[in-house]
Design a protein. Structure first.
Length: 185
């Protein structure tokens, strides 16, 4: 729409996107990605504050929630998944934060070209989870993992967090939908 012509929109039938092709407005929209990333980040951090700080898991180490299926077991992860690359925690901390932020920025740029709403939401899950775990590294020096699930005589030694779940679901969504187009597109 031409500047100063806002009055004409309801009268003349001119909208602000008449000069833009529909595929341009849809593919350039990063708002769903950003909103999903922000909500994921907020939820992850609120859950961590509630469990690690308020419920005292940081000092207790273990809270049985629904034995034997779910417990909160404090684990400080200085590496990546399952503690891999946790040797030089000081240097690795900054490498992993930088890597997570670089991947998040790349995903945000890539999401502009995604033709699928599910793919953009999936990118937001990965971004929010990556930034959530990066915040842990900055605040605590390690990622606060605490969700531990076991079943049927199997004692799972590993812990994870909400950000890890978001990253996993987001990556799965990207694998399935990154190259798809929404039906209306």
């Amino acid at each position: 729409m031409m500047p100063g012509w806002r009055w004409c929109s309801p009268v003349c039938g001119i909208s602000g996107t008449d000069h833009v092709r529909p595929d341009q407005t849809e593919s350039k929209n990063v708002k769903p990605t950003l909103i999903t990333a922000l909500l994921t980040l907020l939820f992850d951090q609120l859950v961590k504050i509630a469990v690690v700080e308020w419920a005292g898991l940081k000092t207790l180490g273990l809270i049985e929630v629904w034995p034997p299926y779910l417990s909160f077991r404090m684990a400080w992860n200085t590496g990546v998944n399952f503690g891999l690359f946790a040797n030089d925690a000081g240097v690795m901390r900054w490498i992993l934060v930088t890597l997570a932020l670089a991947i998040s920025a790349w995903l945000l740029v890539w999401s502009r070209s995604m033709g699928s709403q599910i793919a953009r939401l999936s990118a937001g899950l990965v971004i929010g989870g990556a930034i959530g775990n990066s915040l842990d590294r900055l605040i605590y020096g390690a990622v606060a993992d605490f969700l531990n699930m076991s079943c049927c005589g199997f004692d799972n030694p590993y812990a994870f967090n909400v950000a890890d779940i978001a990253i996993f679901l987001g990556a799965f969504g990207l694998v399935l939908y990154a190259n798809k187009q929404d039906k209306h597109a």
